[in-house]
Design a protein around this ligand. Structure first.
Ligand code: GCU
Length: 672
């Protein structure tokens, strides 16, 4: 990294304003009184970035530190177990070398040193001691990627933290120091790729001026191990190439993409590849020509193959022609294509079958396509969870999906499908739709930063618990006072469930106001397409509520492995959390809790509010222990959240009551 950029970046991160407005994210290093002794055995842009970070973050007295590759001659006598670290893993430990005790950061590549540097700082910032440090880790997933839904005009689709970070106007000449801080934050988590533009892509992003702009960003990100990818519009050969078709089987189309890939790789030699949304929500794709998703993906894969690029092909196909159940589309279309994709294609599947709801059962494609690497896509930005205004820690959502048992093979979970170990796929991946914008605190609220953090940590290690991640994040973000950490973690722990409770309990989903998806709108029923209307999802009538996805309904349960399908087919076995996702039940249907469906719904709406009231109370108590600016902002947002949780409950209940004609169950007075 050019020295000047590093210096400016460091100023941006540590200037007086930074400390209090959340700019520093979880990298709020203590001010160091002395320059630690840091030795770097190899001088490359990446090792320089690693050393600069250690220099910036190492507390007084914690040196000396040595960054050296495992093959460094000086380390050969030490018999370090570094083979299993692979290309990206690290080991951090105390060693004695030439009679001197040092903290060694090592790995098999510069990337290992970079990640080791951040791991050491995390260890220290979460209360770990330097003299007992012993950290070893390697990522379980190869592609750990953010998806920016950033439009070229600066608007971020579903973005709630300001405008796009990328200033396309001033790029490639002006490299905002913030780009470096973005890269540092991602590298601190092990995120190693970023898709710069929206999946609803414009062809212009593939023209020479934009390639140059993307190349400038790639130059900034490279020392931090981050590759740049672009979303590609499938019809670009028509729009940019003047060809009459984008049919993937047409040689002229394939040749156009090959030339385009060559052009991009000339500017960005380590370009990652393309992300494609095809034949979904009006986007062009191979189906327009009667070709399959595999035909389309493989044609693009051939174009980037000579450069070692990959294609991330999305399975989120939401077509105009709606079958009986929108939730079935991806499986219906992709399952038959298993084994038909080129080896540098990875199919990117959303965590659930509909669309990033506060709770969805895991997507039935996980486990159903063993011959195809499947990349999971989570949404970090909270499109359906109250935007940036509501506090909802998504760690438990990510964890719940990753831990889900697919029922296909013994012990197989969504995480084990995603990491690809069982099937020995060459690539594996996790994508997160970014919640990052140009607001000073990056994500629109301090607690939203935790969702970016949790995504990155889980992409590195999908077995981490959301609770562990929350503790780590809280210590780095608010300091090591255990009382603060405990309270912050407690607030976070129940927050996603609270959002589920006050927006869509018992497996209800997609009841948000249409279009923007903020606030309640379960009554909407007049939009042109049936699945645009929330009534499509809840199917409430006088007799009952819920979407019958069993044999008597859409039979979406049959898309799961028999062992899982058996559970979901039976209302008595289906977890309450997913009940009305799979079943249409009478309002007075008796549940294991002792309440009826109606009584349980009311109970859970109330519970959601009670949790938010409690979150506020706990935050109030932290006032003396947290800097004013960050405290005030979160306090105001929590007040909004409480007000809107009540709005959600009251509007939802009034609507349900207009349908079922029932009174509120006795005794369930709403909390004050
Ligand atoms: C959701 C979201 C869209 C987005 C789409 C996608 O439907 O509302 O804004 O484009 O997902 O993932 O492609």
């Amino acid at each position: 990294m050019p020295l000047l950029v590093a210096m400016i970046a460091s100023l941006a991160a540590t200037g007086p304003a930074a400390a209090e407005d959340g700019y520093q994210l979880w990298m709020r290093y203590p001010a160091s009184a002395s320059q630690p002794a840091i030795e770097v055995a190899r001088d490359t842009p990446m090792t320089r970035a690693a050393a600069a970070e250690v220099r910036r973050g190492l507390p007084t007295g914690a040196g000396p530190v040595l960054l050296a590759l495992a093959r460094d001659p000086r380390l050969q006598g030490l018999r370090l177990a570094t083979a299993k670290l692979g290309d990206e893993g690290y080991s951090v430990q105390r060693i004695t070398i030439d009679g001197r005790t040092v903290t060694l950061i090592t790995g098999n590549s510069d990337r290992g040193l970079l990640y080791g540097a951040f791991a050491l700082l995390r260890h220290l910032d979460t209360g770990g001691a330097i003299d007992t440090v012993a950290l070893t880790a390697a990522p379980a997933v190869t592609l750990r990627v953010l998806n920016h839904w950033d439009n070229l005009d600066g608007v971020v689709e579903r973005g709630y933290a300001g405008r796009s970070l990328w200033d396309w106007w001033s790029l490639p000449d002006v490299k905002d120091p913030r780009y470096t801080d973005y890269a540092r934050a991602n590298a601190s988590l092990g995120i190693n790729g970023t898709v710069l533009n929206n999946v609803n892509a414009k062809a212009v992003s593939l023209t020479a001026p934009y390639i140059a702009k993307a190349a400038a960003l790639a130059d900034v990100f490279r020392p931090y191990g981050i590759r740049v990818y672009l979303s590609a519009r499938f019809s670009a050969p028509i729009e940019l190439g003047g060809i009459k078709t984008a049919d993937p089987r047409d040689p002229a189309v394939a040749a156009w993409w090959k030339a385009k890939a060559d052009e991009i790789y000339r500017a960005i030699p380590d370009f990652g590849g393309f992300l494609v949304k095809a034949n979904s929500e009006g986007q062009p794709g191979p189906r327009d020509y009667g070709a399959s998703h595999a035909d389309g993906a493989n044609m693009l894969a051939a174009a980037v193959k000579p450069h070692h690029g990959i294609i991330m092909w999305r399975a989120f196909v939401y077509a105009e022609t709606d079958p009986d159940d929108r939730a079935k589309q991806a499986y219906t279309e992709f399952k038959p294509l298993d084994g038909k994709f080129a080896d540098n294609v990875i199919v990117q599947v959303k965590n659930g079958a509909i669309d990033f709801q506060p709770r969805e059962p895991f997507h039935p494609l996980f486990g159903a396509m063993p011959k195809t690497p499947l990349m999971i896509e989570f949404q970090i930005t909270k499109e359906y969870l109250g935007f940036a205004s509501h506090l909802a820690y998504l760690g438990p959502l990510f964890e719940e999906v990753l831990d889900a048992d697919t029922g296909v093979r013994r012990g197989e979970t969504v995480a084990s499908v995603v990491d690809g170990a069982d099937d020995r796929h060459g690539i594996s991946g996790m994508a997160g739709v970014a919640n990052i914008g140009d607001s000073r605190d990056w994500s629109g609220s301090t607690f939203n930063q935790a969702n970016w953090y949790a995504f990155g940590r889980l992409a590195w290690d999908p077995t981490l618990s959301s609770q562990t991640i929350a503790r780590e994040w809280a210590a780095q973000t608010f300091g090591q006072d255990p009382a603060v950490i405990d309270a912050v973690v407690a607030i976070m722990a129940g927050s996603r469930e609270a959002a589920v409770d006050y927006t869509g309990p018992l497996g209800l989903a997609h009841l948000m106001a249409t279009g923007h998806h903020y606030g309640p709108g379960p009554w909407v029923s007049e939009l042109a397409r049936p699945e645009w209307n929330p009534v499509y999802y809840h199917r409430a009538d006088r007799g009952g509520i819920g979407f019958d996805r069993t044999r008597t309904g859409s039979n979406a349960v049959a898309q799961y492995a028999p062992r899982v399908a058996k559970v979901y087919a039976d209302p008595a076995k289906t977890p309450l959390e997913e009940l009305l996702w799979f079943h249409h039940l009478p309002w007075d249907h008796q549940l294991s809790t002792g309440r009826t469906v109606w009584g349980e719904l009311v109970h859970r709406y109330d519970r959601g509010i009670a949790t938010v009231v409690d979150m506020r109370r706990q935050w109030e108590a932290l006032k003396p222990r947290i800097d004013a600016k960050r405290w005030e902002k979160a306090a105001s947002q929590l007040a909004v959240q409480e007000r809107e949780a009540r709005w959600w409950r009251d509007a939802s209940l009034a609507y349900w009551m207009s349908i079922n004609g029932l009174a509120l169950p006795g005794g369930s007075a709403p909390p004050a």
